[in-house]
Write a protein of this length. Sequence first.
Length: 285
Amino acid sequence: MEDVLSGFRAELERQDLSPATVRGYINDVELFARWYTDAYGEQFDPARIVQREVSEYRAWMQQKPAAAETINRRLTSIRKFFDWLGGNNPAAAVKGVAIVDPGVQALSTPELRRLMREVHVHGVVRDIAILEVLCGTAIRVGELVQLRVGDVEISERRGAVKVRSGKGRTSREIPLNVDVRKALAAWIAASGQSEWLFTGQRGRLTAVGVWRVVRKYGKFAGIPNLRVHQLRHTVLTRLVRECGADLATVARISGHRDIRTLTRYIEPTQDDLAQAVEKLALGGE
């Protein structure tokens, strides 16, 4: 199996996929192989796998339960693996799990203000810079942890950060507002870093490290279980609904390649609907 996975990895790398994407495919196939060995009591042999076993694996993940996005991603990895092997693909006809869109999970303006107040009151210079960047640029956490000091340009009146490792190996430049510029300048001056922009005790800060920072100040602000991606949703929502930015501008800032994926940010909220129908009231009747 190790030789087979080595070959699969080489093929993925030949396709110029990012290292994280390659690791994801390999890990998903390894998880399926371990499940098969546990469930059937025999070593995983790709040549012996049939559709029923892939369907059983999907059912097992649903009972676990795993998130629909996770299940579908793993099934995609398995399909790609068997496509690479050639011959009949036992995962080809196994459908994914329906995903229910929970809607945009953005913070309200009062929540955002509380969050930023708490990090400025209780946070160290690095944490202030992290939250200001996340809440002022819509950058993804995977992009944030790949930033180097040289990717940041700051002057008195303007600034920008160059994202060189965006999704799909894309790059873009995001302008920095005055709050982000001040926070980054303070952190760079205090840290003396020459390579990675954000570091921890063991070197470059990881995505898990960023998650811990965000969750820490979320608790201080009375926002339990705050997720990093909510901050990205918050920025994009504010750009569209409060700042009046058009979707093309938002796409350039956020790194979305398909502008249609941003239409969710212009969908009316329940509050919008309530305010609209409230205006129908005639009053006094």
